[in-house]
Design a protein around this ligand. Structure first.
Ligand SMILES: CC(C)(COP(=O)(O)OP(=O)(O)OC[C@H]1O[C@@H](n2cnc3c(N)ncnc32)[C@H](O)[C@@H]1OP(=O)(O)O)[C@@H](O)C(=O)NCCC(=O)NCCS
Length: 169
């Protein structure tokens, strides 16, 4: 049985160690400290999935997105959704998104999210579409910049399709 809550300011070291030892890859040193600092400044909410005191996953709600398609419309962006590989397909990613969307609905009628286009993002692609996220209609982006027809781009984490979901009917 897992629970979802916002991270506390003093949890940076524990989160960094938990992520790095369980996710199968590591975040740059100071990643969670920086996220918690930004949370303290009111720029984002860092949401955690826990089983008792064990870290299972997290996501961030970023209130002012760096992506102009969201920022210009005041659409908050859900970022960095990650669930431990040994806890996937148990509804934890969905529960983190539920919690993120509830937080966003207090401020906005729309939630924004993006996914990469290669196979590592396959689960996220299916999950987001299944939950009602639709492409935002601005086409593929490389980082925050529109991908231009006829140009060549590297398929990596920056090649992103952004999607939106209407949270209120
Ligand atoms: C994407 C991710 C967060 C999903 O977490 P999760 O806890 O496994 O998700 P859920 O159990 O809530 O899955 C909900 C639904 O998503 C879809 N889904 C999830 N994983 C899937 C997979 N590997 N293949 C196909 N569909 C998948 C299914 O429809 C699933 O429902 P079902 O289990 O009833 O069939 C997780 O796979 C992950 O951390 N991936 C790596 C990081 C990543 O890509 N993050 C997203 C960045 S954009």
């Amino acid at each position: 049985m897992f629970s979802i809550r916002q991270a506390n300011q003093d949890e940076a070291a524990w989160l960094q160690a938990s992520f790095d030892s369980h996710m199968g890859w590591t975040k740059p040193p100071g990643y969670f400290a920086a996220a918690l600092e930004r949370q303290a400044q009111g720029h984002l909410a860092l949401l955690l999935a826990l089983e008792e005191s064990a870290y299972l996953g997290h996501c961030k709600v970023v209130w002012r997105s760096a992506y102009p398609g969201f920022r210009d419309r005041g659409t908050p962006e859900i970022q960095d959704l990650n669930v431990r590989p040994d806890y996937r397909r148990r509804g934890i990613g969905s529960a983190l998104l539920d919690a993120a969307e509830r937080r966003i609905a207090e401020r906005s009628d729309f939630a924004g999210i993006g996914f990469g286009l290669y196979a590592d993002y396959g689960a996220a692609q299916r999950l987001y579409i299944k939950r009602g996220y639709l492409p935002d209609g601005r086409g593929l982006h490389y980082g925050s910049n529109p991908a231009v027809a006829g140009e060549t781009y590297r398929v990596d984490d920056d090649l992103v399709l952004y999607l939106v979901k209407m949270l209120k009917p």
